[in-house]
Design a protein around this ligand. Structure first.
Ligand code: NAP
Length: 458
């Protein structure tokens, strides 16, 4: 056991990523120290803090103690006096490195209209950073009193000579006619395990909007994915998380050099860790020949997670090729089995513990309402592999196992049949997906683009 002790205090701490992130940063720069979780009940805090201040080299602070810890500290860094929240302690002094982590993300707010969702600890950090240069700041929160207090603090502490406005809005209000250049989510809405949720501000997001979501699990929330679909530039919170941890390390170990590549190095290790703790199901949809099976297997391999193919599952359950199931039970019979195996893959009802996986689906799976409902579940991300009809036809024209474009008829008839089906299904793939990735490229490129879009690397 290392003599240098670090840690995180909070309550509840659950599956905090902090020990993993700090261990990776320290191992990359050769620091030998331990980083432990201290889950302390509120009534025990006065008893434990003096020991922690004495025995630990330094520590992080999270919900609900970011404000309360200040009364135990002898001194605070300048940033803390306005933000009124401490997330890092060293030598009895309080610091806020969320502020540095957020700044490192590099959201340009100068002269822009900013909508901030939430009025908690991280919202305070972002509000002060926004207020230093933005044109206007609107704080939308379910607790408007808290938001008004934050607005009041900003008016008091941020000195601006130029015109700058700040206002507060109830989070029931969805200002579809309002215009914001930047939307910042500082609420946990959309965080694992309730990943299907999105804040009620989607209507104000469009091309030209910049969206930043502090949530890092999943790395790309539905808010981020929907914003990108609407043409916005959207970023998830993983890089802020890593940067605030690096900033804390720099405070604890001022003599150590932390090279710039540490952020990238640690970010690359996080996806597998997140997926192991939060079993997302990545569902690949798209027309026959869009490469779902090849890409799906490669993607699952890259992420170190399980792989399922609904066609293979149908064949396993029925004990015969898909073409025979069609011949024997018709399309309706096939769809019944396909929906049952898909539900099994998504819910993993036979497994003791659910784990993350990639599921390649048959081209028509998405036409069934029950399957669309499964795809919109909390733990599912739907990636549409968007291949052009030309590319698809090159891949499938000589294949004989596709029952919906039967082999043996004239090539022109088969092409017409495939193209008609493609035109019917395309809007369904488009409207139901979280992410659309071009599938005309080589599989390696497609996999890389999926990983990048979902924030799992790439
Ligand atoms: P916090 O102090 O508890 O504040 C959360 C804010 O969200 C509060 O305004 C809260 O409202 C609001 N809120 C909570 N649930 C809501 C809901 N269902 N609908 C609408 N508003 C809701 O937490 P925090 O420390 O600021 O953290 C906020 C988020 O930032 C979390 O998701 C956290 O994971 C993330 N975070 C990310 C990083 C990073 O480095 N990426 C760092 C820290 C935190 P009330 O006041 O009414 O409860």
């Amino acid at each position: 056991m290392s003599a240098i002790k670090l840690g995180l205090i909070g309550n509840p701490l659950g599956h905090s990523m902090s020990p993993f992130i700090h261990d990776q940063i320290m191992s990359a720069v050769g620091i030998t120290a331990s980083y432990e979780l201290y889950d302390i009940r509120p009534e025990d805090l006065p008893k434990y803090v003096p020991f922690l201040l004495r025995d630990l080299h330094g520590f992080n602070v999270t919900i609900p103690y970011k404000e309360e810890i200040m009364k135990y500290l002898s001194d605070n860094d300048e940033s803390v006096s306005t933000i009124k929240a401490v997330n890092t302690v060293f030598g009895g002094r309080g610091y806020n490195t969320d502020f540095i982590g957020f700044r490192e993300v590099g959201i340009d707010m100068k002269d822009r209209r900013v909508l901030l969702l939430g009025a908690g600890g991280v919202a305070r950090v972002m509000a002060f950073e926004a207020a230093s240069s933005c044109k206007s700041l609107t704080i939308q929160a379910r607790n408007t009193e808290k938001a008004m207090r934050l607005a009041e603090d900003i008016r008091r502490y941020v000195n601006r000579d130029d015109a700058f406005s700040i206002d507060v809005m109830d989070d029931d209000a969805c200002p579809s006619d309002a215009h914001y250049d930047v939307v910042l989510n500082a609420t946990p809405v959309g965080m694992w395990p309730k990943c299907a949720q999105t804040p009620a501000c989607a209507a104000v997001i469009g091309p030209g909007t910049t969206v930043f979501d502090t949530i890092y699990n999943p790395p790309a929330t539905k808010l981020v994915l929907q914003a990108r679909k609407a043409g916005a530039n959207a970023i998830g919170g993983l890089s802020m998380l890593v940067n605030q941890a690096i900033a804390a390390q720099k405070i604890w170990f001022p003599e150590v050099v932390f090279p710039d590549h540490i952020e990238t190095q640690v970010m690359a290790l996080l996806p597998k860790k997140l997926l192991a703790r939060s079993p997302m199901k990545i569902v690949l949809t798209g027309f026959m020949g869009s490469g779902k099976s090849t890409v799906g297997q490669m993607l699952a391999h890259r992420l170190g997670i399980a792989y399922f193919d609904t066609d293979q599952e149908v064949e396993r359950v029925c004990g015969m090729p898909v073409s025979k199931v069609f011949a024997q039970d018709g399309e309706a019979g096939f769809r019944r089995v396909e929906s049952a195996v898909f539900a099994e893959c998504v819910n993993q009802s036979g497994a003791k513990t659910a784990s993350a996986c990639v599921i390649s689906t048959g081209g028509g799976l998405i036409t069934q309402e029950s399957n669309r409902n499964l795809i919109s579940q909390d733990s599912v991300l739907n990636v549409f592999l968007d291949a052009s009809m030309d590319c698809i036809w090159q891949r499938i024209s000589s294949e004989s196992h596709r029952p919906l474009i039967q082999y043996g008829t004239e090539e022109a008839d088969r092409f017409r049949k495939a193209a008609e089906l493609f035109d019917v299904r395309l809007p369904v793939y488009e409207s139901t997906c979280d992410v659309k990735v071009s599938a005309d490229d080589e599989p390696e490129v497609v996999v890389r683009n999926i990983l990048k879009a979902l924030g799992y690397g790439g």
